[in-house]
Ligand binder design. Sequence first.
Ligand SMILES: NC(=O)c1ccc[n+]([C@@H]2O[C@H](COP(=O)([O-])OP(=O)(O)OC[C@H]3O[C@@H](n4cnc5c(N)ncnc54)[C@H](O)[C@@H]3O)[C@@H](O)[C@H]2O)c1
Length: 311
Amino acid sequence: MSRVVVTGGAGRLGRSLVGGLVAAGHRVVSFDRAVSDAPELQGADQLAIDLLDAEATVTALRAQRATAVIHLAAIAVPFSAPEDVIMRTNAALAVSVLGGAVAAGVSRIVAASSPTVLGYGAPRGWVPDRFPLDEDTPPRPWNSYALSKLVIEQTVRMLHRQTGDAVRFAAFRPCYVIAPEEWRGALTQQGHTVRERLDDPGLAAPALFNYVDARDVASFADALLAALPTIPNAETFFVGADDALARRPLAELIPRFHPGTEEVAAVLTGTTPAFSNEKARRLLDWAPRHSWRDALTEEHSLSDTRKDVPA
Ligand SMILES: NC(=O)c1ccc[n+]([C@@H]2O[C@H](COP(=O)([O-])OP(=O)(O)OC[C@H]3O[C@@H](n4cnc5c(N)ncnc54)[C@H](O)[C@@H]3O)[C@@H](O)[C@H]2O)c1
């Protein structure tokens, strides 16, 4: 049976990813500075470790006899620390964990990147050649977080050059991750609720209204681990929902917040998202199963039902 190490397993995305992989039948261990009592981690092992310590990391990976590593641990929010700290931390973690995994003989290695590598929201403007954005859209990072994520993707490719196909690699760019409790009103990564994000388009506009349910990232990771031996090596994938996190078509909303995009955004009619998930569909036979339209409606009707129950 495979033994999957998830770094950052105690985090916002990590918890759902670990829970989903356990449910799919993997033996999972979370490597994180924090040990979490979240219910999603009940079926997994946890190791408290500082992954910036490269020697401790490779020793722990060897001790676990890991067959796969999914690397999530990072400073996960742009500008949440000084620019030099974000760059140093995320780049060092990539080399420590991904390089350590190669040294420990792990045969499948996956790293979390971010759609921000593309550079949308740049203060001096950003107009892509075309929508929807996909893996061929040229990355143009404009801050340390985005640049550090590009470094992680490049670390994957660097290691692939060292190992050839003896090791199978991939990187993925999850859209704005929404964990199950966030549909029920918990604050999302940016400190507001999903409903607030929908009600005020200015909140989701900087990320081009992208999102993905954390459980869909877990099913993506499961499909990716299974497919890694047979798909092209060291590929990068966007992982996003089938629709946009918006109540109006993006053809209308994106030009309002990103001047100069009127023409290229015109194709984003109806509920079409700005990011294509077609590559993951094609190579992994994966599809997202959750949409805000169902998730919020379900939770809404649940809370309505609760209101009817006498206290
Ligand atoms: N949440 C999103 O919307 C989103 C979107 C795109 C990409 N990502 C990427 O996905 C990954 C996970 O994001 P998240 O939202 O779950 O972040 P998070 O901050 O909730 O979790 C990150 C985890 O990494 C751990 N960690 C950080 N430094 C560590 C170290 N030195 N040693 C051990 N553990 C350490 C933290 O303790 C934390 O549990 C990140 O790489 C992030 O950049 C997230």
